[in-house]
Design a protein around this ligand. Structure first.
Ligand code: Q46
Ligand code: ZN
Ligand code: ZN
Length: 356
């Protein structure tokens, strides 16, 4: 197996591109795919201050690494979910990556800063863990991005993630979700711009990228993901992809090129008359935290209340009497500093294949 660029020995095949790559050219392939997505959807400009949501997994560390190599000024944001061993371990990978490159990692911890964790908070609030988790992430990612005056929030969603979401939305013809499924969401009052630069890279690509560059990442999945229907959609798409390489990418990119605009004009631009989607004008502000909200209390403050949460000792000192809200600024811990280490130690092809 030879690299299609330099004819040296290849370490990975990318069947959807009908190509094999050596280590160096695979890294360049990943950089090119990310740059293409950024250009095509006008995701970032070179002067943007970027905040990357970092979980310690392969996708978020790969996108942080790729952005940094491409010259973007990107800080990381890690949200501690309080999911026992999973959170204890994943934060170590996030910190270690940041330290090795002297990058800023902002940390927010749900148990410390808001007095609840996802497993017990979701039970108390009678919510599915992933639903409570999604509400917490959306609110705190937005909050930190806005308070830190970042121009854009980056997430590590990849081609497999987006194709699985699309598949689920199509199976149930969830037209308003289809209208919103874009790799770029523009900033609106109270919301930062959000982008997904990895939409042209698969999960296998990001895992290989991390392995080839010696990036240690959290391999274990979140224990709360068991039974998640998106995993089933991914498996279904993977078996189609195996028989017909390139289908997954055609499915998702075809949607973006040929169909998403139709859903947008039919279901978003017609709202509020034609749909249930709230427009910006329908939003008021949460009385506790000032976040945009459709009701007096935003979804996050309702969750904190039901989950039995509060704010941590550090913030409690700042709060006025009688205020039990999450309205205070998040505690931000900057972790960086440490010797820069080489991340280019090559792996043998067999090691790459074994990991994939
Ligand atoms: S972290 Fe959170 Fe995921 Fe775990 S609780 Fe569910 S949503 S599965 S990306
Ligand atoms: Zn090569
Ligand atoms: Zn609120």
């Amino acid at each position: 197996m030879k690299c299609v660029v330099c004819r040296e020995s290849a370490v990975i095949d990318v069947r959807r591109a009908n190509s094999n790559f050596c280590s160096d050219h695979f890294v360049r392939f990943c950089q090119e795919q990310m740059s293409r997505a950024i250009r095509e959807f006008d995701m970032l400009s070179s002067t943007d201050r970027v905040l990357v949501a970092v979980s310690g997994g392969k996708d978020s560390l790969a996108v942080w690494d790729l952005l940094q190599r491409s010259g973007y000024q990107a800080d990381g944001l890690y949200l501690g979910l309080g999911i026992e061993d999973y959170s204890d371990t994943s934060v170590v990978f996030a910190r270690s990556f940041a330290q090795s490159r002297n990058l800023n990692l902002i940390e927010v911890d749900l148990p410390t800063d808001y007095g609840y964790d996802i497993p017990s908070g979701a039970r108390a609030a009678r919510r599915a863990p992933c639903s409570a988790c999604g509400t917490s992430k959306r609110h705190l990612f937005d909050k930190v991005a806005l308070e830190g005056s970042y121009d854009v929030l980056v997430t590590g969603h990849n081609l497999d993630d987006e194709a699985a979401v699309l598949f689920g939305n199509v199976l149930r013809w969830q037209t308003e979700y289809l209208a919103r499924q874009m790799p770029v969401l523009q900033a609106r009052p109270g919301f930062p711009k959000k982008v997904k630069p990895l939409i042209r890279l698969s999960e296998r690509d990001t895992a290989a990228y991390c392995i080839l560059l010696g990036i240690d990442y959290m391999v274990d999945e979140c224990p709360m993901s068991a039974g998640n229907k998106h995993l089933g959609y991914k498996e279904a798409l993977n078996s189609i992809e195996l028989a017909s390489p390139g289908t997954k990418s055609d499915f998702y990119s075809g949607f973006l090129r040929k169909a998403s605009e139709l859903f947008r004009s039919a279901y978003l631009e017609a709202a509020p008359q034609g749909g249930t989607t709230e427009s910006v004008e329908d939003l008021t502000h949460c009385v506790r935290c000032s976040a945009p909200s459709t009701s007096t209390l935003c979804a996050f403050c309702r969750l904190v209340e039901k989950a039995g949460g509060s704010v941590g000792a550090e913030q409690r000192g700042l709060r006025s009497a009688g205020d039990t809200s999450a309205a205070q600024p998040v505690r931000i811990t900057k972790r960086a500093v440490g010797p820069e280490v080489s991340t280019t130690a090559p792996l043998r092809p067999t090691e790459v294949e074994a990991e994939l």
